[in-house]
Design a protein around this ligand. Structure first.
Ligand code: MOS
Length: 706
C-alpha cells in the first residue's frame, strides 16, 4: 500500500493564495476526460503517420520497397530519404544546442543506430498505417557496430556541455598522499529511460498559410522556434500548442514525431498525426546515458576533506555530443584543498541520450554521496556530521556565495524527524525476522535559475483576470501554481484567475525544464500583474475589451546576481534486505528540502515524493540492457524495463524548510528535479548499513545482493 503523508507545518499566518494547498485547476477536466492531449484532439480529414525504425545498428539504407505498401488499403504516402522534403539541420535551437539528430528525418541514407527513423507510412487510419509500416521492406547495407560502454574506453574524451568539462584546484595526488583516510571507488549507473505516461504525439496541419502543431512538449515556443528553423519558416508562421501533457522529464522537446507530422502534412496538404509507440520511445525519445564514475576522496582522520576527485564517463551517439555532467554535483557540494572534476564521453553506435530528470545530479549524486558514506565509515564519523564538517562557505569551484544553502538545516531537521540520533552506525546488526534492516542518508542539490519569459495579464470587465503565458504543465501542477502567484500579485482570490498556457502565440517563455519553469513564468506573471494592479488602482474602470499588460523579464533575469544558486535537500531511507532472496524493500523515506518558497504544498509535495520514488526505482529496478550483438535494447518496453510500482513504495514523506530566494520576486528556487537527487545513494547507503556490503553498481538487483 502506498502511503504518503502530509505533515508540513503550515506557515503561522498564511497570507493570500501562495503557500496554501490547492487542487489542480484543470483537475476536473482531467478526471472527466474533457482535457484533451495531443494524440486525442479530433480533426476532420485527419491522416495518421507511423514511423518505421531501422533494424540495424549501423550502415545505410540501400532501398525502401514502397510499391507494395502503397497498394495497401488506406495508404496515402511513404516518406523516406529518397522523397522526403529537405530540411535545414544546421542550427542551434532555442536551448543553444543543435536539435536531436533524429529530427533531421529522412535526409540521407545513413543509419547511425538501431531504431533510427528510416520511413514514415501515412494512411487513413492508425491501424492501416501500422499494418503498412510493419509490412514495409527496408533493405540495409549493415556495417559493424560498437555499442560497448565501459570505463576502460581509450577513445573517451572530456566534453563541455552547459558547464566546462574539467575543473581543477590544487595538487590532488599530493593531498591524497597526505590524507589519513582515502576512498577510491568506481560506481556505475545503467542506461535509464524516462518513459512518461503520455507518449510523444503531434498533429500538424496547414491552416491558412500557417503551420499549426498540436503537440505534447515542455516548451511551445521552443518547439515552434526549432520547427521554424528546420523548415526555413518565419517563426510567426508556426504555431505550437501544448495544453495538457502527461509527463516530460526532459524528453519532450523537438523530436522525430513533430517533424514527421509536419513533413507529411506538407506533402499531403491535410492534417497528419504521428504518435510514438511505447517501444519506439526507447530509441526516439532520448534517455539517460549509463555512467562510469570514479570518486577519490582523501581526508584527515576527523573527516575534513583534503582531496576530492569526481570523474564521470557517459556515452553519446556518433551523430551528436551529449554530456551527462555527473561530476558537476561535486562542484557544488563539498570543498577540499585539492579538487578535480571531469565529465567525459565516448561515442558509440547508439541513440543520442538527452536530459532526464536531474541530468548529471541524479547519477552523480549516487557516486559522490555513496563515496561520502564510505568515507564516514572509514573515519568512524556519523555520515551527517561528515557532511556538516565539509559544508562549504562558498561554491567550491566557483568561489561564489550561495544564494541560500541550508543543507545542514535540512540534515538537522531530517535527522530529528527520521530518528537518526538513535542509529547504531555498525552495519549488519539489526533484524526483523528474516530481514536485515538499515538506514542511510545522502545529500541532494540541483541548480536553481530563471529564464527570460513574457506574460500577458488581462483585467476583464467582469472582474476576473486572464493570464496568458507559453508555460507547459507537464502534470506537475504548474498551471495551478501560476494561478496562485497571479492571484497574490493582483491581490484577488485564486478563483478569479483564468489561466491559458501552452501556446506559442503567447510569446517567448522559458521551457518546463531545468527546474526553472515555474520560477521563470511566475516572475513574468508577477511583473505584468504588478503593473496591471497599479493601473487599476489609478482607474477602476475596465473597458469591455479589458486592460492587458505584457511583461518581458529578459533584462530582469539577466540582472540576477551571480551566485551559487541551488536547491538542496537531505534524503533518508530505511531498507529491509532479505539475505536469502536478495530482495531489498524500502520501508520508508524522508526528504527534507531547502528549495525556495513553496507555491502550492499539495502539488509540490507530490512532485518531490515523485522524485524520491524515482530514486527507489533508480536504486532497485531501472536498467535498460543493450545487446552488443544486435546493438538494440533487450526488452524495450515497460514489461522488460522495470520501474517502481505501488508495491515497491511504502512510506515516502517529503517536506521542506523555509528557504525563500530573496532575489526572486516570489522567493522561488525550483523543485522539479531535486527530489530524485541523492535518493538512490541514501538507499544504497541503507543497504550497506543493513548488510555490511557496499553496492556501487545500480540497480541493486537481488542477484547483486546475494
Ligand atoms: Mo528537466 S531533465 O530539464 O526536464
Amino acid at each position: 500500500m502506498t502511503t504518503t503523508t502530509t505533515s508540513t507545518r503550515t506557515p503561522a499566518e498564511p497570507k493570500g493564495s501562495v503557500g496554501s494547498a490547492h487542487t489542480r485547476v484543470e483537475g476536473r477536466d482531467k478526471v472527466t476526460g474533457t482535457a484533451r492531449y495531443a494524440g486525442d484532439i479530433p480533426f476532420a480529414d485527419l491522416a495518421y503517420g507511423w514511423l518505421v525504425l531501422s533494424t540495424v545498428a549501423r550502415g545505410r539504407v540501400s532501398s525502401v520497397e514502397t510499391a507494395p505498401v502503397l497498394e495497401m488499403p488506406g495508404v496515402l504516402e511513404v516518406l523516406h530519404h529518397g522523397n522526403a522534403p529537405r530540411v535545414d539541420r544546421d542550427f542551434n535551437g532555442l536551448m543553444g544546442v543543435p536539435p536531436d539528430p533524429t529530427t533531421g528525418l529522412f535526409q540521407d541514407d545513413r543509419v547511425p543506430h538501431m531504431g533510427w527513423p528510416v520511413a514514415l507510412v501515412v494512411a487513413e487510419t492508425p491501424e492501416q498505417a501500422r499494418e503498412a509500416a510493419e509490412t514495409l521492406v527496408v533493405n540495409y547495407e549493415a556495417e559493424p557496430h560498437d555499442v560497448d560502454f565501459s570505463g576502460a574506453r581509450p577513445d573517451a574524451y572530456a566534453l563541455d556541455g552547459h558547464m566546462p568539462a574539467v575543473t581543477e584546484k590544487g595538487d590532488l595526488e599530493e593531498q591524497l598522499a597526505a590524507s589519513a583516510v582515502v576512498v577510491d571507488a568506481e560506481y556505475t549507473t545503467p542506461e535509464e529511460h524516462h518513459s512518461m505516461m503520455e507518449p510523444h504525439a503531434a498533429t500538424a496541419r496547414w491552416d491558412g498559410g500557417r503551420l499549426d502543431v498540436l503537440d505534447s512538449n515542455q516548451g511551445a515556443t521552443w518547439v515552434q522556434n526549432d520547427l521554424a528553423k528546420l523548415f526555413s519558416l518565419d517563426p510567426g508562421a508556426v504555431r505550437v500548442r501544448s495544453e495538457h501533457i502527461g509527463g516530460g522529464f526532459g524528453s519532450k522537446g523537438l523530436r522525430a514525431h513533430q517533424v514527421a507530422a509536419v513533413m507529411a502534412a506538407t506533402v499531403l496538404q491535410r492534417p497528419v498525426r504521428v504518435t510514438m509507440t511505447r517501444r519506439q520511445m526507447f530509441s526516439l525519445a532520448g534517455y539517460r546515458s549509463p555512467t562510469t564514475q570514479r570518486v577519490r576522496l582523501g581526508a584527515d582522520a576527523d573527516g575534513r576533506l583534503r582531496a576530492l576527485e569526481h570523474d564521470s564517463l557517459n556515452l553519446t551517439s556518433s551523430v551528436h555530443e551529449y554530456v551527462e555532467p555527473s561530476a558537476g554535483v561535486a562542484r557544488v557540494m563539498y570543498d577540499a584543498d585539492a579538487h578535480r572534476t571531469v565529465n567525459r564521453v565516448v561515442r558509440l553506435d547508439v541513440p543520442t541520450p538527452t536530459w532526464m530528470r536531474a541530468p548529471g545530479e541524479a547519477p552523480g549524486s549516487f557516486a559522490l554521496e555513496s563515496a561520502l558514506d564510505e568515507l564516514a565509515e572509514k573515519c568512524g564519523i556519523d555520515p551527517i556530521e561528515l557532511r556538516v564538517r565539509n559544508d562549504p562557505e562558498r561554491g567550491p569551484v566557483s568561489g561564489l556565495p550561495f544564494a541560500g544553502r541550508n543543507l545542514v538545516a535540512c540534515f538537522r531537521e531530517g535527522a530529528r524527524r527520521f530518528g537518526w540520533a538513535d542509529r547504531d552506525p555498525r552495519p549488519g546488526l539489526r533484524r526483523d525476522g528474516r530481514w536485515l534492516l538499515g538506514t542511510g542518508t545522502a545529500a541532494a542539490s540541483f541548480f536553481a535559475g530563471a529564464g527570460p519569459s513574457t506574460a500577458r495579464v488581462t483585467a476583464e470587465a467582469d472582474g476576473t483576470f486572464t493570464v496568458r503565458i507559453a508555460a507547459s504543465d507537464l502534470g506537475t501542477g504548474a498551471r495551478t501554481a501560476l494561478a496562485l502567484v497571479a492571484a497574490d500579485a493582483l491581490g484577488v482570490p485564486a478563483d478569479r484567475i483564468r489561466m491559458h498556457i501552452g501556446d506559442s502565440d503567447f510569446g517567448p517563455a522559458m521551457i518546463a525544464g531545468g527546474s526553472m519553469g515555474t520560477r521563470s513564468w511566475a516572475w513574468a506573471i508577477t511583473a505584468a500583474a504588478g503593473e496591471l494592479r497599479e493601473r487599476l488602482a489609478l482607474s477602476g474602470d475596465v473597458p469591455p475589451e479589458g486592460i492587458t499588460v505584457r511583461s518581458d523579464t529578459t533584462e530582469a533575469v539577466r540582472a540576477l546576481a551571480q551566485k551559487e544558486r541551488h536547491s538542496f535537500g537531505a534524503q533518508f531511507a530505511e531498507v529491509a534486505v532479505d539475505p536469502a532472496t536478495g530482495e531489498v524493500r524500502v520501508r520508508r523515506m524522508l526528504g527534507i528540502f531547502a528549495a525556495g518558497r513553496i507555491i502550492n504544498p499539495l502539488t509540490a509535495r507530490s512532485q518531490l515524493v515523485g522524485g524520491m520514488i524515482w530514486g527507489i526505482s533508480m536504486a532497485l529496478h531501472e536498467e535498460a540492457v543493450r545487446d552488443s550483438g544486435s546493438g538494440g535494447l533487450v526488452g524495450a518496453d515497460l514489461a522488460g524495463y522495470h520501474v517502481a510500482a505501488n508495491a515497491d513504495v511504502a512510506l515516502v514523506e517529503a517536506d521542506w524548510i523555509d528557504d525563500p530566494d530573496p532575489e526572486d520576486p516570489v522567493g522561488i528556487k525550483g523543485i522539479g528535479e531535486v527530489g530524485i537527487v541523492g535518493a538512490a545513494a541514501a538507499i544504497a547507503n541503507a543497504v550497506w548499513h543493513a548488510t555490511g556490503v557496499r553496492h556501487r553498481h545500480l540497480p541493486i538487483r537481488p542477484d547483486r545482493v546475494l
